[in-house]
Design a protein around this ligand. Structure first.
Ligand SMILES: Nc1nc(=O)c2c([nH]1)NC[C@@H]1CN(c3ccc(C(=O)N[C@@H](CCC(=O)O)C(=O)O)cc3)C=[N+]21
Ligand SMILES: [Mg+2]
Length: 281
């Protein structure tokens, strides 16, 4: 029997916990606010940003929305970030990625006050994670750890294989699994014998952005498969990096797309906003 890891349900539980926390904080006069900046109108970004604002409203976090035109200059964006860094009532700053090509993403991320970097993308937060210090953790990998824990899937001593080495998912995922005492392997486009390596995994995390690339040849019997992909199939339907139907009978547990990792990313963003408000007392 394969277990479907229900990210939508688990994220709802987390959001309800956060909602209570936010209400408690409001009682003592503490309000929480997230600033969300979107540059241009990439339709996917508009959907994600909309979901984030909706989730904020659900838990009682205020969201300030900045929708800037595509031709916004890097200087203008940096000036806005600077202004939000100074604003006391703003606890979190999120600059939706990707940014237009004429803007240097690294420079913008670096400009965000690390104590308001609820995405956990700032080098200071990434560094803190890598040496086990307190900081903000990237929401998608943090959400995956939470999914595993709340599904009673233990990480300790397990063979964990990650496909993909992005700064936002693969690398922080490796650090978090390591922190939970997993034995971690990170694979990428230069990895030899990828199928064999992936097949070692008790827990396989796939974050490569290639529609349904991972099929039954990449998974061992009884593996747990976490699909981070947000792709479109030949009919334009949302799907993941894993061929869900092909691996389903072979695995012990799997996250669907949609309804798996995606909603957890947003729940962890809300969690980070609350943490930020608590820390900057
Ligand atoms: N600064 C920044 N921070 C991010 O966290 C960030 C970003 N930029 N850029 C883009 C990626 C992508 N991302 C997703 C969040 C939620 C869903 C999500 O809720 N997915 C739903 C489906 C959504 C749909 O229907 O399209 C699900 O999987 O069930 C997906 C993707 C956050 N990102
Ligand atoms: Mg760019």
């Amino acid at each position: 029997m394969t277990k479907i890891i229900d990210g939508k349900k688990i994220s709802k539980e987390i959001k309800d916990e956060i909602k209570q926390q936010v209400a408690e904080m409001k009682k003592v006069g503490k309000n929480i606010a997230l600033a969300v900046i979107q540059v241009g109108n990439n339709p996917a970004s508009t959907v994600y940003v909309g979901n984030k604002k909706k989730a904020c409203a659900y838990v009682g976090i205020e969201s300030f929305s900045y929708e800037l035109p595509e031709e916004t200059t890097q200087e203008e964006l940096l000036a806005l970030v600077e202004e939000l860094n100074k604003k006391k009532e703003v606890n979190g700053i999120l600059v939706q990625l990707p940014l237009p090509k004429h803007i240097d993403e690294d420079k913008v991320i670096k400009a965000i006050d690390p104590s308001k970097d609820v995405d956990g993308f700032h080098p200071e937060n990434v560094g803190a994670l890598s040496i086990g210090q307190e900081g903000f953790v990237s929401c998608t990998p943090a959400g995956i750890i939470e999914l595993l824990k709340r599904s009673d899937i233990s990480i300790d001593g397990k063979e964990c294989v990650i496909i993909g080495r992005s700064n936002i998912v693969g690398k922080p995922m490796a650090l978090l699994l390591l922190r939970e005492n997993g034995t971690v392997t990170v694979t990428h486009s230069h990895t030899k014998n990828l199928k064999e390596v992936a097949k070692r995994a008790d827990i396989l995390v796939v974050a490569i952005g290639k529609t349904k690339m991972v099929n039954e040849e990449y998974v061992k019997d009884g593996a747990v498969v976490i699909d981070v992909g947000m792709d479109r199939d030949e009919n334009g339907k949302l799907c993941g990096d894993v061929d869900y139907d092909a691996v389903f009978d072979k695995v012990s547990a799997i996250t669907p797309v949609p309804g798996g990792v995606g909603p957890m990313t947003i729940a962890m963003l809300l969690h980070n906003c609350v943490e930020s408000a608590k820390r900057n007392d």
